[in-house]
Design a protein around this ligand. Structure first.
Ligand SMILES: Nc1nc2c(ncn2[C@@H]2O[C@H](COP(=O)(O)OP(=O)(O)OP(=O)(O)O)[C@@H](O)[C@H]2O)c(=O)[nH]1
Ligand SMILES: [Mg+2]
Length: 673
C-alpha cells in the first residue's frame, strides 16, 4: 500500500446570526466522538462559546475553533460570527479555509447577510457546501429554502439529500448518493430503503444529481450514457473534485440540536481532497505556494487570542512543510527570528500540545509577542510576503475618552485589542488629542467597550470625533520673524525674512532655502523650517492646522553669542504667524472620493442619500458582478457614519471605498459645528 501523508484541512462555518453554526460545531464534535454530550449556546457551555462577551450576547464574536478526526484525517473547524459587524473575522477564516459550510436556517429564505457571505466565500476562492439546519423547527420548509438558494447559487446547486419529515416529524435524511434512508434514533442511525411515498421524487432528484456529477469525468459520462451507474466511491470522488472547483455546490441538511445529518456533512467535507493553493508574494513577484509536506515550513498567522492564563496565543495555518519539535523561523515582515517552542492545537479556549503538524493543519503557539495576523513565518533568507488584504471600510469612527490619568493605559489596551480584533483600528487625533477608533458598527463598539471594561478595568465614554478642518493662506506675503530677548545671562536673538505663498492645499509643505552670504548661518536653516512647520501644525488664526504652502527663507540676521537653534525656530514660527495675519486664511474641509458598489435595486436610494450629504455624483457604471458603481465627491464631515448608513440602506450588500480627494473652502454651516 502506498504510504500517504495524513490529510489536514480547514473548514469555516459561515452563516448569518442564529442559524446554528456554534451548535453545529458542537454537534460535529459529538458525532465524531470528540465530545460525549453537546453543550448549549444558551447556557454558555459550548466548546466555541466560552468568551464572557459571547455568553452575554449569545452570539459568536470572533473566530473559535476545534479539530475533529476522521480516521487519520484531521479537520479544523472554524466557527465564525454571524453578526455583520464581525465579518472581518469571517474574512480571516476564509483566508485559510479549504472549504466553507454555509449554514442556512430551514425556516428562512435566503437573506442579505447570506448573500454577502456567499459572495465573500466566492471572492476568497473557497468552495462552499450548504447545510440547511434546523429542519426540526415548526416553520421549517426545505423546498422553499432550496428555491431561494437556487436563486442565489444558480444551476451548480445540487441537493445531495432530502429530508424525511419536517418539524416534530423530522427523523432523518434520504441519501441520494447511496439511495437509502437514514433514520436517527437514540440508539444510533438506522439504514433502510427509501420509503414508498417519496420514492418517485427521490428518483427524480437523484437522477439530476447523478447527471451533474458524471459530467465531471469523461469516462463516467460515457458509462452513464450507456446505462452503467457509477459506484458510490466513484461518485464521491468525482463529487469531491467538482466541489473543490466550485462546479457543484452540494446541499445537505439536518438539525444541529438533534444531531441529525451531521455525520453526513462530515463525510462530505472529508471528500475535499486537496488543500487550496495559497497566493503570496515572493521577491516581489506573485506566486502560488504549493501545499507540499516536504517543502520549507511556511506558516501564516490568521488569529491572535489573549488567554487570561496562557497569555498571547498566535494561531497559524501550516501552508507548507511539516512541523515537528522546536523550530526557529523568520518573520518575513519584521525580519526577526521567532522561536516556536511547543506547538499545540486549540479546542475552543484550551490548547492541547502536539508534536507534529502537517500541511493544512492549524497550530497554536504561545509566547510569540511580535507576530501579527497576516504575518508569514519561514526559513531565514526567504522573502515571502502575504498578498495585501483590502481592509473593510469602517462603519463609523468614535473618539474614546477615559480619565486623563488613564490615557497611556487606554492607548495600550486599545492597541492590544486591535491585535486580536483586526476589524478594530486605533488612531490618535493630533488636534483633539483624543484616541479615535474605527469600528464596524454599534454592536462592535459596544463589545469593544465591554472588553475594555472586563479585561483592562477601563470605563469609557465615547463621542463623535471632531471633523478635521484645515487652513490655508489666501495670498503671498513677505514678512519678518524677529526674536530679541535680553534676560540675565545669554540673550536670544534671531531674525528671519520669509516669503510665504499658497500651494494646492493637498500638496506637501515646501521649504526653500534662498539665503545668500550666510545671513542665516547654515546650522540654523533647518531650525527655521521646523519652527514654520510647528506653527502650521499648531494652527492658523481659526485654530485649524495649516496646509498647502511654500515658505522661502531669503534673508535674516544672527548674533555670534545670542543666536541658537531654539531662537531661530521661534523666529520661524513668528514669521509664519505674521504671514497668515497679513494675507488672511481660508478654512478648508476635505472632500472624499466615495466609490460605492451596490446591487442595482438600491441605486436610487443610495444616490438620494449621497445628495443629502452635499455629495456630487461624478458617474455611475456597472461592475462585473452586475452591481452599480457610483463615484461621488462628498465632504468628510458628512461621512462619519457612512459605512453604517450604507449598510442600512442596502441590507448589508453595499460596499464603499473612501479616499481623500481634495480640500475646498468649508461652508459656514460646517464652521459652526
Ligand atoms: N430547533 C433548533 N434550534 C437550533 C438548531 N441549531 C441551533 N439552534 C438554536 O438556535 C440558537 C442559535 O444557535 P447558535 O448555534 O448560537 O447560532 P450561530 O449561528 O452560532 O449564531 P451566531 O453566533 O450569532 O452567528 C440557539 O438557541 C440554538 O440552540 C437546530 O438545528 N434546531
Ligand atoms: Mg455562533
Amino acid at each position: 500500500m502506498a504510504t500517504r501523508h495524513p490529510k489536514a484541512r480547514t473548514v469555516a462555518l459561515l452563516g448569518r446570526t442564529g442559524v446554528g453554526k456554534t451548535s453545529l460545531l458542537e454537534a460535529i464534535l459529538v458525532a465524531t466522538g470528540s465530545l460525549e454530550r453537546p453543550g448549549r449556546v444558551a447556557d454558555g457551555t459550548t466548546i466555541c462559546g466560552t468568551d464572557p462577551e459571547e455568553r452575554n450576547h449569545q452570539s459568536s464574536l470572533a473566530i473559535a475553533m476545534a479539530p475533529v478526526w476522521i480516521g487519520d484525517d484531521k479537520l479544523t473547524l472554524l466557527d465564525t460570527p454571524g453578526l455583520i459587524d464581525f465579518y472581518g473575522e469571517t474574512e480571516r477564516a476564509l483566508d485559510v479555509a479549504d472549504v466553507a459550510v454555509l449554514v442556512v436556517h430551514a425556516a428562512d429564505a435566503v437573506q442579505n447577510d447570506t448573500l454577502v457571505l456567499w459572495r465573500m466565500a466566492r471572492e476568497a476562492g473557497v468552495p462552499v457546501v450548504v447545510f440547511v439546519n434546523a429542519l426540526d423547527t415548526e416553520r421549517a420548509n426545505f423546498e422553499a429554502t432550496l428555491q431561494s438558494l437556487e436563486h442565489m447559487v444558480g444551476p451548480s446547486l445540487a441537493p445531495v439529500e432530502l429530508p424525511i419529515g419536517v418539524g416534530a416529524e423530522f427523523t432523518g435524511v434520504l441519501d441520494l448518493l447511496t439511495n437509502e434512508a437514514l433514520r436517527y434514533t437514540n440508539a444510533g442511525v438506522e439504514h433502510g430503503p427509501v420509503p414508498e411515498g417519496i420514492a418517485e421524487l427521490e428518483q427524480r432528484v437523484r437522477a439530476s444529481l447523478l447527471e451533474a456529477i458524471v459530467v465531471g469525468d469523461d469516462t463516467l459520462t460515457e458509462r452513464y450514457l450507456e446505462g452503467d451507474e457509477p459506484d458510490l466511491d466513484e461518485l464521491e470522488t468525482t463529487l469531491g473534485h467538482l466541489m473543490a472547483d466550485g462546479r457543484i455546490v452540494p446541499v445537505v441538511l439536518g438539525s444541529a440540536i438533534r444531531g441529525v445529518g451531521v455525520d453526513r456533512l462530515i463525510s462530505l467535507l472529508d471528500e475535499i481532497a486537496e488543500s487550496r493553493p495559497i497566493p503570496a508574494v515572493e521577491d516581489g513577484e506573485p506566486v502560488t505556494l504549493a501545499r507540499d509536506p516536504e517543502a520549507d515550513v511556511v506558516l501564516r498567522a490568521f488569529k491572535v487570542i489573549v488567554d487570561p492564563y496562557v497569555g498571547r496565543i498566535v494561531v497559524f495555518e501550516v501552508v507548507s512543510g511539516t512541523v515537528s519539535g522546536d523550530l526557529n523561523l523568520t518573520n518575513s515582515r519584521t525580519q526577526t527570528e521567532e522561536r516556536l517552542h511547543g506547538i499545540g492545537y486549540l479546542v475552543g479556549a484550551k490548547i492541547t500540545p502536539t508534536d507534529r503538524a502537517v500541511v493544512g493543519d492549524v497550530i497554536a503557539v504561545a509566547k510569540l509577542s511580535h507576530v501579527l495576523v497576516g504575518d508569514i513565518l519561514t526559513r531565514r533568507g526567504r522573502n515571502l510576503q502575504p498578498v495585501p488584504t483590502v481592509r473593510r471600510t469602517p462603519a463609523m469612527s468614535v473618539a474614546v475618552l477615559g480619565a486623563a490619568s488613564d490615557d497611556e493605559k487606554l492607548s495600550t489596551a486599545l492597541h492590544r485589542l486591535a491585535e486580536e480584533d483586526t476589524s478594530l483600528a486605533v488612531r490618535h487625533d493630533a488636534i483633539s488629542r483624543h484616541l479615535v477608533i474605527d469600528v464596524m458598527g454599534e454592536m462592535h463598539l459596544q463589545v469593544t467597550l465591554e472588553r475594555l471594561r472586563r479585561r483592562f478595568s477601563l470605563s469609557l465614554t465615547t463621542e463623535t470625533p471632531r471633523v478635521p478642518l484645515y487652513e490655508t493662506i489666501l495670498a503671498p506675503a513677505t514678512v519678518e520673524g524677529r526674536l530679541k530677548k535680553q534676560t540675565g545671562g545669554h540673550g536670544q536673538y534671531a531674525v528671519v525674512n520669509v516669503t510665504v505663498e499658497p500651494l494646492d492645499p493637498m500638496s506637501n509643505f515646501e521649504f526653500v532655502d534662498a539665503v545668500v552670504g550666510g545671513a542665516v548661518p547654515r546650522q540654523y536653516i533647518s531650525a527655521v523650517r521646523n519652527g514654520i512647520e510647528r506653527a502650521m501644525a499648531h494652527g492658523g488664526p481659526n485654530g485649524q492646522p495649516v496646509v498647502g504652502l511654500r515658505a522661502t527663507l531669503f534673508d535674516g540676521k544672527a548674533h555670534s553669542v545670542d543666536s541658537s537653534e531654539a531662537a531661530f525656530e521661534t523666529a520661524g514660527s513668528f514669521a509664519l504667524r505674521a504671514a497668515l495675519e497679513q494675507s488672511g486664511t481660508a478654512v478648508l474641509e476635505r472632500i472624499m472620493a466615495v466609490e460605492a458598489a451596490v446591487p442595482a435595486e438600491y441605486l436610487g436610494d443610495v444616490l438620494t442619500d449621497l445628495s443629502s450629504r452635499r455629495g456630487r455624483v461624478i458617474g455611475t457604471t456597472q461592475n462585473d458582478e452586475g452591481d452599480s458603481v457610483i463615484v461621488a465627491h462628498v465632504p468628510e464631515a458628512e461621512l462619519m457614519r457612512y459605512g453604517l448608513d450604507l449598510r442600512r440602506l442596502t441590507g448589508g450588500r453595499g460596499r464603499a471605498r473612501i479616499e481623500p480627494h481634495h480640500l475646498t473652502e468649508a461652508p459656514k454651516s460646517v464652521l459652526a459645528k
